[in-house]
Design a protein around this ligand. Structure first.
Ligand code: HEM
Length: 152
């Protein structure tokens, strides 16, 4: 399956399409919680692990909050709104330094978790397209890497 990462200009906020509701119907609440848990376990050993809590209880809470959101955006119950209020995810991510490279790591961890799912390819692609686009919104820190050809 060809899960490509789109590139965006820093600060761009491309239009987002929610995942196909069939994705939630196929995976169910438990399937989405498992997928998010897997994603977080991969993040915890990734080059952006410093962004996430070392404390096991806090880490479990993060998994729960993220799964609550994903269940909600995929068409399930609005657990995130019930527990945490309006998502306003750009604001919630503002306290973390998220660079374009961080987005790529975050998406690659999701790619691995998604490729382990046993559901039709078009549904995986529909969720991938959603996170691929929306993740660009969370990038709030420019990349620091440049070489001799970079125009400053
Ligand atoms: C661009 C790559 C991203 C990075 C590096 C990133 C990183 C983080 C970090 C460090 C946190 C705080 C710790 C935690 O509670 O897990 C967080 C929270 C969260 N992220 Fe992301 N994130 C990214 C993209 C996204 C996207 C695209 C979504 C939604 C589709 C999302 C949804 C959430 C949610 C729902 C929370 C919990 C917020 C809360 O509990 O208040 N993130 N993220």
């Amino acid at each position: 399956m060809d899960l490509q990462i789109n590139s965006y200009q820093f600060g761009e906020r491309p239009a987002v399409t929610k995942p196909d509701p069939e994705f939630y119907k196929q995976l169910g609440e438990e399937g989405i919680r498992k997928m998010v848990s897997r994603h977080y376990d991969l993040l915890r050993v990734s080059p952006i692990k410093h962004l996430f809590s070392n404390d096991d209880a806090e880490f479990e809470q993060s998994k729960q909050n993220s799964a609550d959101f994903m269940i909600q955006i995929c068409g399930g119950p609005d657990y995130f709104n019930q527990h945490k209020g309006k998502p306003m995810l750009v604001d919630r991510h503002a306290q973390f330094r998220i660079k374009p490279e961080g987005r790529i790591v975050w998406l690659n961890c999701y790619k691995q978790a998604l490729l382990e799912l046993d559901i039709p390819e078009n549904l995986v692609l529909s969720f991938w397209n959603y996170i691929n686009v929306f993740s660009a919104w969370m990038v709030n820190t420019p990349s620091t890497s440049f070489d001799v050809n970079t125009k400053l």
